[in-house]
Design a protein around this ligand. Structure first.
Ligand SMILES: [Zn+2]
Length: 453
């Protein structure tokens, strides 16, 4: 098949199909995208110089009209004989472009509406937040260029390929399909040619061109649909770390998105997430403990007035106040948190208990001692640890969440032993006469007298 045979169908088809304007617009775009040198002729009509290496491939044609459609009309009306010599018609353009693809060359372009610098995006990022007493800044940022492939071809829309239509087919560089919604959101319908690809030179380019060539034929069911041009469409993807700084304290928030989504408002920067409460908000504050959090997570300690993240507070079981956890301690009898200031020291066992667990100075545990025999496993463990206590024969016992309270009696006196339930370490020792209701704590330095044989 000679060149004329190949070109004829296009010439016929393009003269009849309604999409010829679209095709001409595309060819004009190709002229810009390929970046060839532009030279005006004597009538000031722009021509593109075909690179020397490609001239042989296209039968020595040296230049081609930068504006395919209008050039033909202009040449034809101005000088009919010139048309035959140098008419840079659409078929010639198509032939040249096919050679461009065949030699593994591609055009590079980017969505016309996409931002080109981080600077354009920072207002969108920062305006989302209110930072009390501080500011938000970029703690790290990159605007990555991710390539998509656009294979453009002429596809027959009738059986004889007399009617041709321009189609663009997008894939990833490894030939995977791209969601139409994603393509829409990236605005790849309007592309600006790039003189240089953002990554130079992409060594994978020949394989990308091959991928585009193969995918177009598969996608269109037109096995003769050879691409006119493979365009690498570079789409900007933002990866950044927003850093909030208040009073010398910093907290980071990672964020990533297609740059166009951020510009177009399809996505907004994420809310700051308080690491302690999980609460999310765009209102970032510093609490009185120096923790960066969100305003909604702040609560006030009703005892000290400190403003802290709400998880730093708990409720006192006695006063009902929300106070700093550090001011609270669990009552060994009730297990509930109680403000340390409000706890009562049991006159019997010496444990600090909630007022709720105390009556007339004695804790609930000490008021509910019950008799046990020596084979009670708790008593047995204590007697094994402190053998001298075996000289006592009558025992009563009670327990709290943390301690065992043991009371021994003899004919003349009584002994109270409080031990840690886990370690069996002695916590308190007191003695009393059999008739007295009061207990006298035994100083720690005298405990050996009762414990060591
Ligand atoms: Zn007690």
């Amino acid at each position: 098949m000679n060149e004329q045979d190949q070109q004829a169908p296009y010439r016929d088809a393009l003269s009849t199909t309604g999409s010829s304007e679209e095709i001409d617009a595309f060819l004009t775009w190709c002229g810009i995208a390929l970046g060839w040198e532009v030279v005006p002729d004597e009538r000031d009509v722009p021509w593109l110089l075909i690179p020397a290496a490609l001239q042989e491939e296209v039968d020595g044609i040296e230049k081609i009209s930068a504006v395919p459609a209008t050039a033909v009309v202009a040449e034809a009306s101005a000088d009919p004989t010139a048309v035959a010599v140098q008419t840079p018609s659409r078929p010639t353009w198509i032939e040249v472009l096919r050679k461009v693809v065949a030699t593994d060359q591609a055009a590079h372009a980017a969505p016309a509406s996409q931002p080109t610098s981080v600077h354009e995006l920072t207002p969108r990022l920062f305006e989302a937040y209110t930072v009390d007493g501080g500011h938000v800044m970029l703690g790290g940022c990159s605007l990555e260029d991710h390539p998509l492939l656009r294979a453009t071809g002429l596809v027959g829309i009738d059986q004889d390929r007399q009617m041709l239509q321009l189609v663009h087919h997008f894939t990833t560089v490894d030939g995977q399909p791209v969601e139409p919604q994603l393509l829409d959101s990236l605005h790849v319908d309007q592309l600006t040619p790039l003189r240089r690809p953002p990554r130079l030179p992409p060594p994978e380019l020949p394989s990308w061109v091959e991928t585009g060539r193969r995918q177009l034929a598969q996608a269109t069911d037109d096995l003769s649909a050879e691409p006119l041009l493979i365009t690498v469409v570079w789409c900007k993807y933002l990866r950044c770390k927003l850093t909030f700084e208040i009073g010398g304290v910093q907290a980071d928030l990672p964020f990533s998105s297609w740059a166009q989504w951020l510009m177009g408002g399809e996505v907004k920067p994420p809310p700051f997430v308080c690491p302690h409460t999980g609460r999310e908000s765009f209102h970032v504050v510093l609490d009185d403990d120096g923790v960066i959090t969100v305003a909604e997570a702040i609560a006030e300690c009703q005892h000290t007035g400190r403003r802290v993240v709400e998880t730093s507070l708990a409720t006192c079981d006695w006063t009902g106040q929300r106070v700093l956890r550090s001011l609270l301690a669990p009552c060994p009898v009730t297990g509930q948190l109680v403000l340390a200031d409000h706890r009562i020291t049991c006159a019997t066992c010496g444990q600090q208990v909630s007022p709720k667990a105390s009556s007339k100075g004695h804790c609930q545990a000490c008021r509910s001692l019950h008799a046990v025999r020596g084979n009670d496993p708790r008593l047995a463990r204590v007697l094994q640890r402190y053998p001298k206590l075996t000289q006592w024969s009558t025992w009563r016992i009670s327990e709290t969440n943390t301690a065992w309270i043991l009371r021994a009696s003899s004919v003349f006196r009584r002994l109270l032993v409080v031990v840690d339930r886990q370690s069996l370490d002695a916590l308190h020792l007191a003695e009393s006469t059999l008739l007295s209701r009061d207990w006298s704590p035994v100083p720690a330095d005298r405990w050996d007298q009762h414990f060591t044989p």
